[in-house]
Design a protein around this ligand. Structure first.
Ligand SMILES: O=C(O)CCC(=O)C(=O)O
Length: 283
């Protein structure tokens, strides 16, 4: 699919886009089957590890799987969709043509459970030399007003970088209340299964509790323009360049005047956005 001029303009102005039913039925079925396998395996795990992020009181009988970490590294089905033309043809023009895969996650948001995500900007987690980065959310099931869909604040990608620290430590979210009336403008990204959302790396976003009776799996792929380089991080160049899915490697970062604050020092629970953000709620 080719993005229309109107879709590109909408993304540029609003910092997000929804494309309905982009993913074909066979791919969706495959994803659901693979996800079911991982869910089954998570029941045998007692505590969060490098693959699974589990909520409090997780057990085989009452599973509390919050996230499958970096699904692209876990199964070919996730990897294939990440590098598919279906996704890259949409993402590439929004990043200026070149694309490097950055990371992936699969957030489950269990039925009737917590796994709420507080307002944040992904940019606070990984500042780069320019902000041509975005995240694609693949809606593996319908995203409805009741099941905790992703919410965004239109146009926020061009505004303030909000404080994501609490008591001098990176907290992975913005203190409740700090956004004031901005929240009145929040838009819920609801669409049928197989649709995708795209949000710019600086777009304010969050999601609330799942009040429905069905889980809300959202598969997130983050991509960057090839000439956007992370700040205060070190990568193995060969591995880093192996993740280029459109375009050629470069050793010349494109540097733009973008607001930045390092996500340092890191909190103890640095591996889980859910645990990090818990500190905000307790504040
Ligand atoms: O799963 C969601 O609803 C939000 C995901 C998100 O913003 C994140 O994991 O950073």
């Amino acid at each position: 699919m080719t993005l229309s001029t109107e879709q590109r303009r909408f993304y540029d102005e609003n910092g997000y886009l929804v494309i309905e039913k982009l993913i074909d039925a066979a791919t969706l079925t495959r994803l659901r089957d693979v996800i079911a396998e991982f869910k089954e395996r998570s029941k045998q795990i007692a505590a969060s590890d490098e693959i699974y992020d589990l909520g409090p009181d997780h057990s085989a009988s009452t599973p509390k799987l919050r996230r499958l970490k970096d699904p692209v590294r876990r199964h070919d089905a996730f990897d294939a969709l990440m590098r598919s033309e279906t996704i890259l043809d949409v993402v590439a023009p929004l990043l200026g043509g070149s694309v490097r895969f950055d990371h992936s996650k699969l957030n489950f948001k269990p039925a009737g459970g917590s796994a709420k995500i507080e307002w944040h900007q992904d940019w606070a987690f990984y500042p780069h030399t320019n902000d041509d980065l975005l995240a694609v959310g693949v809606m593996v099931e319908d995203c409805t007003p009741e099941n905790g869909p992703l919410m965004v604040i239109p146009g926020s990608h061009k505004g303030t970088l909000y404080d994501h620290h609490l008591n001098g430590v990176f907290a992975g979210g913005i203190r409740p209340g700090a956004l004031g009336s901005e929240l009145d403008r929040a838009v819920a990204l609801t669409a049928p299964a197989g649709s995708i959302s795209i949000h710019h790396v600086r777009t304010l976003h969050a999601s609330s509790d799942n009040r429905s009776e069905r889980e809300r799996p959202l598969l997130l792929y983050s991509y960057a323009a090839v000439d956007a380089f992370p700040v205060f991080e070190r990568y193995d160049l060969a591995e880093y360049d192996s993740r280029i899915v459109r375009g050629s490697p470069t050793l010349s970062p494109r540097v733009e005047p973008v607001p930045m604050r390092l996500p340092e020092p890191r909190p103890q629970a640095a591996d889980s956005i859910f645990d990090n953000q818990a500190a905000l709620l307790a504040s």
